[in-house]
Design a binder for this molecule. Structure first.
Ligand SMILES: [Zn+2]
Length: 220
C-alpha cells in the first residue's frame, strides 16, 4: 500500500491547477494524544499535509476545504488576499512544496500564510484551528516560548469571537481557552472555563468535553 495519494486542486485566486500529496487513510496511525488532544502520529506526521499552497501565487488553505474554499471568496476579500500575497517576500521563503517530502520549514510558512488568509476571509474559528497547529509545530520543535506565544494570541482570538461560533466550534474553542489558561498558569480561569463547559454540555462522545473533564481533575 502506498503511504501517499496524489490529488489535485484548483487555486481559487489565480485558477491554476496544482498537485499535492495526501496521506492515505491506511497510513494515518496515532500512538497517543497530548492533554489538548494533539495527536502523536507514528511514522508519518499527518499534520504536515493538512495545508496546501498554490505554487503560482502562494494562496494557502486547508486541504479539507479544497472543494468549497472558493465559496468564501468574493471580489472584495480576493483583492485583500492578493494584496497580502503580494506583500510576502516570496524569495525569502522556502519554495512551495506540496509533495510527500515537504520540509518542516515550509509547513511553518504555510501555517503563517493560512492564518492570515482565513483572517482576511472572516473565518476566525478556522484561524483558531490553524494557530493550534502552529502551537503544535513549536511543541514538536521543543520551542516552548514560541508555542506559548501562539497559544496566547490564539486565546485572544477565541475571546473576541467565540460567541459567533457554531456549537461544535464553540465547545472546541472554549476547551482550548481553558487549556491555554492552564498552560499560561491562570489555573482559576482554566477551572472556571472547564466547569462552565461541563455544566452546560453533556455529550459523552465529544472528545473536548472528555479532555476538559480530565484537565479539570488535574486542577483540583
Ligand atoms: Zn494561485
Amino acid at each position: 500500500m502506498k503511504d501517499f495519494i496524489r490529488d489535485f486542486a484548483v487555486c481559487p485566486v489565480c485558477q491554476k491547477e496544482f498537485s499535492f500529496d495526501k496521506v492515505a487513510s491506511t497510513s494515518i496511525k496515532i500512538s497517543s494524544y497530548d492533554l489538548d488532544l494533539k495527536p502523536e502520529y507514528r511514522d508519518i506526521n499527518v499534520s504536515l499535509y493538512s495545508l496546501i499552497t498554490c505554487p503560482n501565487c502562494y494562496f494557502t488553505f486547508q486541504e479539507k476545504d479544497k472543494d468549497y474554499i472558493y465559496e468564501y471568496l468574493n471580489s472584495l476579500n480576493t483583492e485583500e488576499v492578493k494584496l497580502f500575497l503580494n506583500k510576502i517576500d516570496k524569495k525569502s521563503l522556502p519554495e512551495a512544496d506540496n509533495s510527500s517530502s515537504k520540509s518542516h520549514e515550509f509547513y511553518a510558512t504555510q501555517l503563517m500564510i493560512a492564518a492570515n488568509i482565513y483572517a482576511i476571509l472572516g473565518l476566525p474559528s478556522e484561524v483558531v484551528k490553524i494557530l493550534i497547529k502552529f502551537a503544535w509545530y513549536y511543541r514538536e520543535q521543543n520551542e516552548e516560548e514560541k508555542e506559548l506565544g501562539i497559544l496566547y494570541y490564539c486565546g485572544k482570538i477565541i475571546e473576541k469571537n467565540y460567541q459567533t461560533f457554531s456549537e461544535e466550534d464553540y465547545i472546541f474553542s472554549l476547551f482550548y481557552l481553558g487549556y491555554i489558561n492552564y498552560r499560561l498558569n491562570n489555573k482559576k480561569e482554566a477551572a472556571n472555563l472547564f466547569d462552565y463547559l461541563l455544566k452546560n454540555y453533556n455529550n459523552p462522545t465529544n472528545p473536548y468535553l472528555k479532555a476538559a473533564k480530565f484537565l479539570r481533575g488535574e486542577l483540583k
